[in-house]
Each structure stands twice: as C-alpha cells, then as structure tokens.
Design a protein around this ligand. Structure first.
Ligand SMILES: NC(=O)c1ccc[n+]([C@@H]2O[C@H](COP(=O)([O-])OP(=O)(O)OC[C@H]3O[C@@H](n4cnc5c(N)ncnc54)[C@H](OP(=O)(O)O)[C@@H]3O)[C@@H](O)[C@H]2O)c1
Length: 330
C-alpha cells in the first residue's frame, strides 16, 4: 500500500512506469498537471482500466514476433509515455478554446489508447481521441470497463463482417475482448460458441453464448462442427490449426496473434484477419449507446483503489481476469 500525498492545483499524482519489468517499476509520482491546448479536454479521472495492453507495455511480453516492433513503438529502453492507462471515465476539468460539445463538469468516457496517460489523477485527451458522454445508467467504474475490450471486439467483428445467422467461436470468452465480443455478436444475431475454462462457463452463458466449450475438457479443433468466424482473443490457437473448423468463406480473427498469424495469407476462400484495432470515436459512442440500452453489460472483475495499481497490474498479468480490472480514484 502506497501513501498518497496531496498534490497542489498545478500538479497531480500519476503512476509512472520507470522502465520495463515487474510491478516494482511502477512508482507513484507527483507530475505537472497537463494544460489543455485549444482542441484538448482535460479529464479528472475517477476510474481507469488496467488493461492487458498496460501489462504488455510494462512487461514487454508481446505476441511472438512483435518484440522489436514493440520497442520501436513504445520506447527502446523504457516507455516513451511513462504514464500508462488506455481508458478513463471521469469529469471534464477544463477544455481548450476550440472544443465544442464538452464543458467542465460533464461526466465522460475517453480512450487515450496507444497514447496512454490514464493512470493519473488527470488525463489529457487531444481532440482526435475518442471521448463521449458517460451513459447515465453506468457508474464511472463500469464505464471504464468497456472501451478497451469493446473497441477491439467491435473492430474485429466489423472486419469479419459478421452477419445475422452466422456462427462465431470466441476463444477467451471470459476476457475483456471476449466478453464484449460474445455480447456484440449475439446482438448482431449470430450464433455464439464460447471457449473458456470450467469456472467461466456460467459467465459465458450469462453473456449470451448459446454453446460453451470448456477447453480444459474438450479440444474444439477436434470438434466436428465448423464456424463462419473463429475469433482467438487470447492467442491460444493458429489459423492453420483452425482451418478445418472454418466454413467455406470462414474468417479467423487473430486478435492476439503472433506476427506470423497477423501476416498469414488466405488459404483458398478462408482468411486470417489481424493487426491493431482502430480507436474510433464513433465506435466508442456505439458501445456507450449499447450500454445505455442494456445490450452491452460491463464485466468488472475487480476495482482496486488507485494506490494499489501495482496489485492490479500483477492480477492482470496472471492472464486469468474475467472482463476488466479497474482502478478507482476518490
Ligand atoms: N489487436 C488489437 O488491437 C488488440 C486489442 C485489444 C486486445 N488485444 C489483445 O487481446 C488479448 C486479450 O485481451 P483481454 O484484455 O481480453 O485479455 P484478458 O482479459 O487478460 O484475458 C483473460 C482471459 O483469458 C482467458 N484465457 C486464458 N487462456 C485461455 C485459453 N487457452 N483459452 C481460452 N481462454 C483463455 C481466461 O479465461 P479462463 O480462465 O476461462 O481461461 C481469462 O478470462 C491480449 O493479448 C491483448 O493484447 C489486441
């Protein structure tokens, strides 16, 4: 447990990732509070997700083949952006003079995404980043659960052009991406089979999966059936291994795939889709509209106090979280 010292109005507390490594590289520091430029919005953070991306940046445990690319993207010896944190929910503190649509006091949800910076008392969101008003029915903590997994799930379902009546297999259905994908696919009218461990079967069914395969008991690659789309949200399979399980025009979604999976060439009429998910404002609005309508439910594993962010990181690193892990600020 870390002791918080109260900041002045020009400073803020932030968790700084001082270098790549274990959770001991995370240090609570007092930093200058960002000052919004003309198109920026400064958000007072009340909840922020601790995503698998935060954990991957800190540890540099990346899918096979991405090691060098990761260092080039995030910083060679330490993170170029030392304050991690991909998604925030909070209250607008200040807006730049060219900002329209947001005013101080508004409750919002924002995606710092690859630019990061959410694990702080204040997060600066440039005008190009997704930022929307928080749905009234969601708490700040629940709202912070949705963007990371939801945006990735929506992006890949759109890339696959999943249509009503098609079948989808979701590997990793209990994770942040998987739990959103099961719900979004059901909303599209797809038939969803979830793959998870026995302890998450009830969760997968509650999210809407019509069939569930417990991978500790059964290997889906040996299953006689085929699916129109196979989405691997945890990197537990390969395009080659899933080919026999894909229908004639089947699509394999390498959400967490190695470089080889991401670059895999089509095999006849079957293809693999990979790469980074887009972070589009309109997609964040879609997710929040679905949440407000009760169609997309946040899956919160655990909310930690901001002071316990290293413990949250350690839990995410187990690879066993259900849905999202969030840190909450007073
Ligand atoms: N391409 C992109 O732009 C993009 C965007 C977002 C995320 N990602 C990547 O997507 C991956 C998933 O992210 P996430 O946040 O959803 O992960 P996560 O929440 O950390 O995933 C944890 C879940 O994975 C499940 N799991 C672990 N091994 C499994 C296996 N062999 N088969 C089935 N389920 C398994 C666990 O459930 P059980 O206990 O039931 O096994 C656990 O609930 C990460 O690697 C992330 O980097 C990529």
């Amino acid at each position: 447990m870390h002791t918080l010292t109260l900041p002045t109005s020009t400073t803020m507390l932030a968790w700084v990732c001082t270098r790549y490594g274990g959770t001991d590289v995370l240090r609570l520091r007092t930093l200058p509070r960002p000052v919004p430029g003309p198109r920026d919005v400064l958000v007072r953070v009340l909840a922020a997700s601790v995503s698998s991306a935060d954990m991957r940046v800190r540890t540099q445990k990346l899918p096979r083949g991405f090691g060098l690319l990761g260092r080039l993207a995030f910083g060679i010896t330490r993170p170029r952006q030392p304050v991690l944190g991909t998604d925030v929910a909070g209250v607008v503190e200040a807006v730049g003079r060219a900002v329209t649509g947001f005013a101080p006091g508004d409750a919002v949800v924002g995606v710092a995404g690859v630019a990061m910076g959410g694990h702080a008392e204040y997060c600066l969101l440039p005008g190009t980043r997704p930022l929307v008003h928080k749905p009234a029915r969601l708490s700040f903590v629940d709202a912070a659960c949705l963007p990371f997994g939801g945006l990735a799930a929506l992006h890949f379902l759109n890339k696959a052009n999943l249509r009503a009546g098609e079948s989808l297999l979701v590997i990793g259905a209990a994770g942040a991406v998987g739990s959103a994908m099961v719900q979004l696919a059901r909303h599209r009218g797809a038939h969803v089979t979830a793959v998870c461990s026995g302890g998450n079967v009830a969760l997968a069914r509650a999210l809407g999966a019509q069939a569930v395969i417990d991978y500790t008991e059964e290997d889906f690659t040996q299953d006689p059936q085929q699916w129109d789309v196979v989405a691997d949200t945890v990197g537990a399979s390969s395009f080659a291994a899933c080919l026999p399980r894909l229908t004639e025009h089947g699509r394999y979604l390498a959400v967490a795939g190695s470089l080889a999976q991401v670059l895999a060439r089509p095999r006849g009429t079957r293809r693999s889709i990979g790469g980074p998910a887009a972070e589009r404002p309109e997609d964040l609005q879609t997710l929040m509209d679905l949440a407000q309508a009760g169609v997309l439910r946040p899956v919160l594993d655990c909310a930690y106090p901001f002071a316990d962010l290293p413990a949250a990181h350690a839990y995410v690193e187990t690879g066993r979280k259900r849905g999202a892990v969030v840190v909450a600020l007073p």
